[in-house]
Design a protein around this ligand. Structure first.
Ligand SMILES: Nc1ncnc2c1ncn2[C@@H]1O[C@H](COP(=O)(O)OP(=O)(O)OP(=O)(O)O)[C@@H](O)[C@H]1O
Length: 457
């Protein structure tokens, strides 16, 4: 076909407004791309069924339906083509809906040709940069360790998120790997070779916030001796990670909302706005929806930032990953100290599995650093871990955050893991040890997310 001969990438433009369709076509052709145009949803679907495209660019409102239908069609048919939608000015609702449905990105009317070119380049870059990227970042290099169903689910969503430009809200307890997840989305996507800028919103004094975020012009205030870029400029082309976003003061929330809507920032002391091309990922260990209810976080901003939520599981729900991560961290710490990694004594492994880890992986890391210092160098014992009794008792049994079922699950999980450890992973023998039938053990393992450990039964 013509596309193969010329080796050009092929874009499908879907728009019933002939003038806009032409403008898009011309811009794309100038970029060296092959372009086909459909003027309604039905024609677009027919073309998608016949030809392989590298990108679909669709208007939202068409005579016979919505551009959103095409986003859904491409998803349902698993066509694996990025779809970008063009929304009416001020219609953020449509943009958010499209992103939630799996659109790659959106452009607001009037379409800025500069933004169009950035979007197209980024979408066409997608194939090379993301296929299997999360898997490729394996072993030591993968920022999120673990094989449990909980972490597998996270990795699957990360892979999907890496293929879109949608804002992501990463939720989860303190120390559960929210920043690591944000980095992984960045590293697996089209922006990987551009900066990842992480900002702790709670650590910036309120009076400096605007200039830190947006930069300033020389003379904007006393001490502003030269122009300076802010976080948004520093993250150009890349990702801006706003950690502890719930700590942003309300006045700053309004400014951030404007930047998201307009995709432009203005430096303090400047009269001109500059376009920004930054993907936003934010996180907080607080419950952001509750902050909205309490009037501390603007609902409209929450809605823009929380287009897609990635929930990080607490370590206590990651089953055998606790031991896997512990071994990995211990090996790293030992290498840093220039020593051989000690092993874990049985009582240490049992304790690690039963502990609730309110501080998640960060707590595990701190605990192991201390244990390494206390240990005899060859083995880490349960005593070396110095686990707080609160991690087993009060937190495990009491309080609305940890209901009885969680506690019972943890005890059950610990007992099963111990039995499997003792029997070298043999489920038939482990069931005998536990005094339950094989079927009952299998059911319990499935329920607790411990499946996939069968070795020899
Ligand atoms: N799945 C994981 N595999 C390996 N290391 C992890 C994992 N999850 C978290 N960590 C480690 O735990 C520590 C805390 O991770 P991170 O800073 O991403 O957590 P966070 O949820 O952003 O914390 P906070 O809420 O305090 O900002 C880091 O040192 C990170 O290396």
């Amino acid at each position: 076909m013509a596309r193969k001969a010329r080796n050009a990438r092929r874009v499908l433009v879907v728009d019933d407004e002939v003038d806009l369709a032409e403008l898009l076509e011309l811009t794309l052709i100038k970029m060296g791309l092959d372009v086909e145009t459909a003027y309604c949803v039905a024609d677009a679907k027919a073309l998608l069924g016949r030809t392989r495209y590298d990108l679909v660019l669709t208007d939202m409102r068409m005579p016979d339906g919505e551009g959103l239908e095409l986003v859904e069609f491409v998803q349902a048919q698993r066509l694996d083509i990025p779809v970008a939608v063009i929304t009416a000015y001020g219609s953020m609702q449509n943009a958010v809906n499209a992103l939630k449905a799996g659109a790659f990105d959106y452009l607001a009317k009037p379409v800025s040709l500069e933004q169009l070119r950035t979007l197209v380049k980024s979408a066409l870059n997608l194939e090379e940069s993301t296929s299997g990227a999360v898997e490729a970042l394996s072993g030591e290099d993968r920022p999120l360790l673990g094989n449990s169903p909980a972490i597998r689910q996270v990795l699957e969503l990360v892979e999907k998120l890496a293929r879109s430009q949608a804002p992501v809200y990463v939720s989860g307890e303190s120390g559960s790997g929210k920043e690591r997840a944000a980095r992984l989305i960045h590293l697996s996507g089209t922006r990987a070779d551009k900066p990842f800028v992480a900002v702790n919103c709670g650590a910036i004094p309120e009076n400096l916030m605007e200039s830190e975020f947006f930069g300033y012009r020389k003379g904007a205030f006393t001490g502003a001796e030269q122009d300076r870029d802010g976080f948004f400029q520093a993250a150009t082309g890349g990702t801006l990670f706003l950690d502890e976003v719930a700590d942003l003061p309300l006045a700053m929330q309004v400014k951030l909302l404007r930047v998201i809507q307009e995709r432009k920032v203005r430096k303090v002391g400047s009269t001109v706005e500059e376009p920004v091309d930054v993907r936003l990922i934010c996180a907080t260990h607080q419950n952001l929806a509750k902050c909205v209810d309490a009037g501390r976080f603007r609902q409209d901003l929450y809605y823009r930032l929380n287009v897609i939520e990635l929930k990080m599981p607490p370590l206590r729900e990651m089953g055998d990953d606790i031991v896997l991560i512990a071994r990995h961290v211990l090996a790293r710490l030992a290498t840093q100290n220039g020593q051989e990694a000690p092993s874990f004594a049985d009582d240490a492994l049992t304790a690690l599995r039963r502990y609730a880890f309110p501080g998640n992986v960060r707590e595990l890391e701190n605990m192991l650093e201390r244990a390494l210092a206390l240990s005899d160098g060859s083995q880490i014992t349960g005593d070396d871990l110095q686990l707080s009794p609160h991690g087993f008792d009060e937190e495990a049994t009491g309080g609305a955050d940890c209901p009885l079922q969680d506690y019972l699950d943890r005890v059950e999980r610990g007992a099963i893991q111990d039995a499997l450890e003792k029997t070298g992973g043999n489920r038939t023998q482990a069931a005998k040890l536990l005094g339950v039938t094989f079927r009952s053990l299998r059911y319990r393992m499935d329920r607790l997310g411990l499946a996939g450990k069968d070795r020899d039964d």
